[in-house]
Design a protein around this ligand. Structure first.
Ligand code: C2E
Ligand code: CA
Ligand code: CA
Ligand code: CA
Length: 279
């Protein structure tokens, strides 16, 4: 028993070392991902229900690792965050998304906003306002075509500082939305103090709206509240026409989800925009 115990320990220890090694090597690889052209921006269309057309696209980043293949953001964003690589990587993502949107507009495609996810570390970086201003200036994208997605977790930070940052971004003319709305453990108090323009209702609230009247009631109430605060509402992760119909009945403004499109690479997104399709 003692022997096998020792063996178990050894086995466990080896695994642990392997995991740590993998983490470290991923972090090391991530350090070079930008210069090696391994990070790719995908875009997911956002459809306005009243017009049936694309009004925006959300940038979702993929890492094409030379040995491991595509690594999802759920795996590499946390590594980027704890290593603080998220600041330079996030800056590159912001720049690339703005530059791409301007290029689409210059090519005569319909003007849409590009939504970019902003990690809390990027938001808390003292240079974030200058960074965004500089990127807009450098790419020539008009500010109303950039939307920044932040999560409710910012509401749990130093509120006065957060408001100053949000006001600075708002003054640039960019839009700010609350991502994954309803999933953070924060009070709703921030809604009245923050200069934001949109709530994105998380997929978890929408999965069962067709079969569960309570979920429907919650989503309906969120939309009514948002509208009375002059906020627009995007429903995320919508997969069925039944969900679309219910969201339409609740006056939801925009929908993003596999029902219309998965996140797609740049050239496919350009083709979609060129189609000017009405859904
Ligand atoms: P998120 O911002 O909430 O993005 C929505 C996620 O839901 C995306 O996953 C998207 O592909 C997925 N999704 C969209 N529609 C559907 C649907 O109909 N059904 C299902 N099952 N899923 C759907 P993805 O691309 O894996 O990204 C996961 C998360 O990683 C994002 O969640 C975001 O928090 C983070 N992320 C992605 N790109 C970036 C980035 O460039 N910067 C930062 N800071 N975070 C990012
Ligand atoms: Ca998002
Ligand atoms: Ca989300
Ligand atoms: Ca999410």
């Amino acid at each position: 028993a003692k022997e096998s115990g020792r063996n178990n320990y050894k086995f466990y220890n080896t695994n642990m070392e392997k995991n740590t090694y993998e983490k470290l090597s991923l972090e090391r690889d991530l350090r070079h991902a930008i210069e090696r052209d391994e990070l790719l921006l995908y875009y997911q269309p956002q459809i306005e229900l009243s017009s049936g057309t694309i009004v925006g696209v959300e940038t979702l980043t993929r890492w094409n690792h030379p040995k491991l293949g595509f690594i999802p953001p759920s795996e590499f964003i946390p590594i980027a965050e704890y290593s603080r690589l998220i600041v330079p990587i996030g800056k590159w993502i912001l720049y690339t998304a703005c530059k791409q949107n301007k290029a689409w507009q210059d090519a005569g495609l319909p003007k849409v906003h590009v939504a970019v996810n902003l990690s809390i570390h990027q938001f808390q970086n003292s240079e974030i306002i200058q960074t965004v201003a500089h990127i807009l200036q450098e790419t020539g994208l008009e500010p109303q075509y950039l939307e920044l997605e932040i999560t409710e977790s910012i509401a749990m930070q130093d509120v006065e500082k957060v408001i100053l940052t949000l006001q600075g971004l708002y003054a640039l003319g960019v839009k700010i939305s609350i991502d994954d709305f309803g999933t953070g453990y924060s009070s709703l108090n921030y809604l009245k103090n923050f200069p934001i323009q949109r709530l994105k209702i998380d997929k978890s609230f929408l999965d069962d709206i067709v079969i569960n009247p309570k979920e429907r009631a919650i989503v309906g109430a969120i939309i009514i509240m948002a509208h009375s605060l002059n906020l627009r509402v995007t429903a995320e992760g919508v997969e069925t026409m039944e969900q679309v119909a219910l969201l339409q009945a609740c006056n939801c403004d925009e929908i993003q989800g596999y029902i219309y499109s998965r996140p797609i690479p740049t050239h496919e997104c350009a083709e979609l925009l060129a189609e000017r399709r009405v859904y």
